[in-house]
Ligand binder design. Structure first.
Ligand code: HAM
Length: 418
């Protein structure tokens, strides 16, 4: 029996990867315009890094990590997200030494042992961006605007921005206690997981999809009503900046993130088109993370988008690049002429395909159609001798007489692109 891949780990085939390139290229363009530079960190880190950053009482650390002991008896983990590794590298290489403000982006595979379904995989890909060193809400707004611009550039209007504030170490404990008291009174309605996390992570109950928990948390105290003055001012300023830049958003005070490092602003880009996997991108501020990992007290904020989810939303559009020209040949002798022409055209950036196998003219033309080539040309004995041929524009059959030279064909293709 032929071997198959591992469950939840997908192959990205050429048709699909052209859509991925489009997403990645658009992200690079938008991020670099905003002054972000790419950082590439390993896909595996010491397990402790994720326990200390994401948090021991989160689903990710409790149940979803690909953790194993390597041959040197070290516990290592395939990264379930990007922020922890990027901040580890930021500290390890003292990127803050010259300037605490670093704008970093990354893309690559992440691994979580979740139950696979549409939009949720065990190996998935994130494109993320992080800014360090800025306490000011201006950084929050820049990150949110960049995310909004990215989705606009890519042609998706559907995911909408929701924001919340989770407070800080000053005000969150009292909110947690208030919420805990509220949930304790309703513990009989909560699921086992929420009951178990009543002490360690009570906020998760607000996000639990189990009907009993949703019902029990109706009317739960809102985090936004328990913010200290300074968190409240921060959140108001973020909103003011978003209004100044006409960035659309809504407030979702029940938004809870599945990672413990967040402080203050958190956000998600959500869609109704992917069933229960509604978050296409998500992030927030993590002012305590860098010092928690042994670095200086430098704040940070960022987000990560799920590449597979964006690709699903783009679904209907086509991104495969079609050839500019298909060269069909009649006899074996003309194949040398065609090959040299193809080689010359490829060298100047014209996308060319030709017949590889000496097929009939009819079947060559069928292939030109199938590849959706912009032009086709048939080279027979006459064309090879005269050095001129009739170029057919495939969309409408218009024929143009062109010299069989790289320069003239290049010019014809470029002209039709304008
Ligand atoms: P996250 O919410 O865990 O945040 O993941 C961010 C995005 O990754 C999600 O919104 C979703 O689009 C995608 N994603 C997560 N899990 C899966 C999965 N199993 N299959 C497919 N896509 C998935 C973080 O990871 C934070 N590091 C974001 C961040 C950056 N916060 C600050 N900076």
């Amino acid at each position: 029996m032929a071997l198959t891949g591992v469950k939840g780990f997908n192959d990205i085939l050429p048709d699909e990867s052209s859509r991925w390139h489009y997403i990645e290229q658009t992200a690079r363009k938008v991020f670099e315009l905003n002054g972000f530079g790419e950082i590439r960190v390993p896909i595996m880190e010491k397990t402790e890094l994720f326990c200390r950053s994401i948090g021991d009482a989160t689903d990710i650390v409790e149940k979803e990590m690909y953790t194993f002991t390597d041959k040197g008896e070290n516990s290592v983990t395939l990264r379930p997200e990007g922020t922890a590794g990027v901040m580890r590298a930021f500290i390890e290489h003292k990127l803050y030494a010259q300037d605490p403000i670093a704008k970093l982006y990354y893309m690559g595979p992440m691994f979580r042992y979740e139950r696979p379904q549409k939009g949720r995989y065990r190996q998935f890909h994130q494109i993320g961006a992080e800014i360090t060193g800025v306490h000011d809400p201006l950084a929050d707004a820049q990150v949110l605007n960049m995310l909004t611009i990215f989705f606009r550039e890519i042609g998706l209007t559907e995911p909408t921005l929701q924001i919340n504030s989770l407070g800080c170490p000053e005000c969150r404990p009292s909110y947690r206690a208030t919420l805990q008291a509220f949930l304790n009174e309703r513990s009989s309605q909560l699921c086992d997981d929420c009951n178990r996390r009543l002490v360690t992570n009570p906020l998760r109950a607000l996000d639990c999809k189990i009907p009993g928990c949703s019902a029990a948390t109706v009317g739960a105290p809102s985090v936004l009503e328990h913010l200290c003055n300074s968190c409240n001012d921060h959140f108001s300023s973020v909103r003011r900046y978003l209004d100044l830049s006409a960035t659309p958003y809504s407030i979702n005070s029940r938004m809870v993130r599945g990672l413990d490092y967040y402080t203050r602003t958190t956000f998600e880009m959500v869609t109704g088109l992917l069933g229960s996997q509604s978050a296409v991108a998500a992030g927030g501020r993590y002012d305590g993370l860098i010092s928690q990992l042994g670095g200086p007290a430098i704040p940070g904020i960022g987000f990560a988008m799920g590449l597979e989810r964006i690709a699903l939303l783009l679904g209907a559009k086509e991104f495969t690049s079609q050839p500019d020209l298909f060269i069909a040949t009649i006899g074996a002798g003309e194949r040398d002429v065609a090959f040299r022409l193809m080689d010359g055209l490829l060298k100047v950036g014209v996308r060319v395909e030709m017949d590889y196998e000496g097929k009939s003219l009819k079947s060559q033309m069928r292939r030109a159609d199938k590849l959706k080539s912009l032009y086709s040309v048939v080279i027979g004995g006459n064309e090879a001798v005269s050095g001129r041929a009739s170029f057919k524009r495939m969309a409408d059959g218009l024929q143009t007489d062109v010299a069989l030279t790289v320069t003239d064909i290049h010019a014809l293709v470029r002209k039709s692109e304008q």
